[in-house]
Design a protein around this ligand. Structure first.
Ligand code: HEM
Length: 440
């Protein structure tokens, strides 16, 4: 370490988290990217979110390794303390998988961030939402309205699994404006904040998968309704959690829509991930989305003469469909019995390579199924998604064999179930095991 350079604690780096004063830390060095942010090919909003923190994992994920050579001109010092766990430098497995995937796209002359069929899927999703909602508003038939809650709820979940998810990994086109617009669909169509998701998912869950105290997807409080980590205290009511927790997933959407307000404008923490002040554009989308959602889903049907009871009933039913679909696809990938739940070393870090960690903390399923390739947002190829999230989901079925083969060559456990029911069974089994303390 060069003694003449300034040494920064993570708290000092955290102070530089705004557009006119923006630092990031990567592999123990601190960089001032304030001037660079406007010309960053990955967009301004991306750097603003990563600002003021150790961005090592996202930096190494979203760039080719040669981009590291550009960093020295922004260097201002060294990072001497860590806020969250760190990983060792990428090993041969990560380097091999990245270069094999790159070679595949060169060889097949395909753009990893674009395919016409994704556009068709996006249009089908928004068409289904518009169509089923328009019919709901124009009929008095309660059975038909109840039936339409199914396509409506499913299509709203698909907004989360396709445009919004693609946006949060910059995986549809190379255009930051397109990413911003796709992310905003979640705000306007689902009434839930894309920005909040970006911090939770791109900056939290992906870099720190299944790490207690860092991954916001497994954040639990002392008195949580579910016990998914051995570090949580055990209460007798957990004995039945494999039965009641899946029922509670129906209200996940409702919870999320209120929680995001407190996270982005209140605590400014999404689990262990600090949330930077939103830009004016992000603030407009946040509140504009909430207002638009309330208008089209609640105020409009009331104004058209639908009874309050029916408005609320249809809302809760379609929202339960959305919540179930999202919860049951997400939970089948990580909160399952077979995968690793890594422990930190005495300094609070992970000693294993990050990409290996990703493979071992993830469960895939039903790779050959067209239905799951489309309707889970290709999350049945979750391992591939975690290693190369910048590649569009359309291509996961094509490149999954590359990732799986590399894992085999490097002797990394690859968790795979033939069917979705086996995969979600792993989630229920995990709930059962942790609900019965003796099974730990
Ligand atoms: C010091 C910090 C950074 C520098 C010097 C930098 C530099 C670059 C460069 C040169 C590119 C174009 C080449 C390539 O795509 O491999 C790029 C693209 C990109 N960067 Fe960064 N970057 C930085 C930080 C970040 C961070 C923290 C993220 C966070 C997630 C990020 C996300 C992206 C994305 C998504 C692209 C791809 C754009 C596309 O698809 O066309 N960058 N960056």
């Amino acid at each position: 370490m060069c003694k003449s350079q300034k040494q920064y604690t993570w708290e000092e780096v955290a102070e530089h988290n705004s557009a006119d004063d923006l630092y990031v830390a990567i592999r123990g060095k601190v960089y001032d990217v304030t001037k660079f942010k406007d010309t960053h090919p990955g967009g301004l909003e991306t750097l603003l979110a990563a600002g003021g923190r150790d961005a090592t994992q996202v930096f190494e994920t979203y760039h080719s390794f040669r981009v590291k050579e550009l960093l020295h001109k922004y260097e201002v010092g060294h990072l001497v303390t860590n806020e969250l766990p760190t990983f060792p430098a990428p090993n041969e497995f990560f380097v091999a998988v990245k270069s094999r995937v790159d070679d595949y796209f060169k060889k097949t002359k395909q753009n990893p961030k674009y395919n016409h069929w994704m556009l068709v899927r996006y249009f089908a999703i928004f068409g289904t939402i518009f169509g089923s909602w328009a019919i709901t508003l124009n009929t008095d038939s309660l059975p038909l309205q109840l039936l339409l809650c199914l396509p409506l709820g499913l299509a709203c979940a698909m907004v989360g699994l396709m445009p919004m998810h693609d946006s949060s990994h910059f995986s549809f086109t190379h255009n930051p404006t397109v990413w911003f617009a796709l992310g905003a669909t979640h705000d306007f169509v689902n009434g839930a904040s894309y920005l909040c998701w970006l911090y939770q998912h791109m900056l939290g869950h992906h870099p720190y998968t299944n790490i207690d105290g860092a991954d916001p997807d497994i954040v639990t409080s002392e008195n949580d309704v579910r016990r998914i980590k051995t570090s949580q205290p055990w209460y007798s009511f957990y004995v039945n959690q494999h039965i009641y927790v899946p029922i509670l997933y129906a209200v996940l959407g409702l919870k999320t829509r209120f929680q995001d307000v407190t996270i982005v404008f209140g605590s400014k923490m999404n689990g262990a991930i600090r949330v930077n002040n939103p830009s004016p554009a992000q603030t407009y989308v946040f509140w504009g989305g909430k207002v638009f959602f309330a208008l089209y889903r609640l105020v409009l049907p009331l104004a058209l003469g639908m009874s309050l009871l029916r408005v609320i009933g249809l809302f809760l039913l379609s929202d339960a469909v959305t919540s179930y679909w999202l919860a049951l696809t997400f939970q089948a990938n990580h909160v399952v019995e077979d995968v690793a739940w890594p422990e930190l070393d005495s300094k609070g870090n992970i000693l294993r390579d990050w990409a290996e960690h990703q493979v071992d903390t993830t469960q895939d399923y039903a790779h050959e199924s067209w239905f799951w390739n489309v309707f889970s947002g290709a999350l049945n190829h979750q391992t591939t998604h975690h290693i190369v999230p910048q590649v569009n989901q359309y291509y996961y079925p094509e490149i999954s064999p590359i990732v799986r083969q590399a894992a085999k060559e490097f002797n990394i456990p690859y968790h795979y179930k033939e069917t979705y029911s086996e995969a979600i069974g792993g989630h229920l089994q995990h709930l059962y095991n942790l609900g019965h303390k003796t099974n730990e």
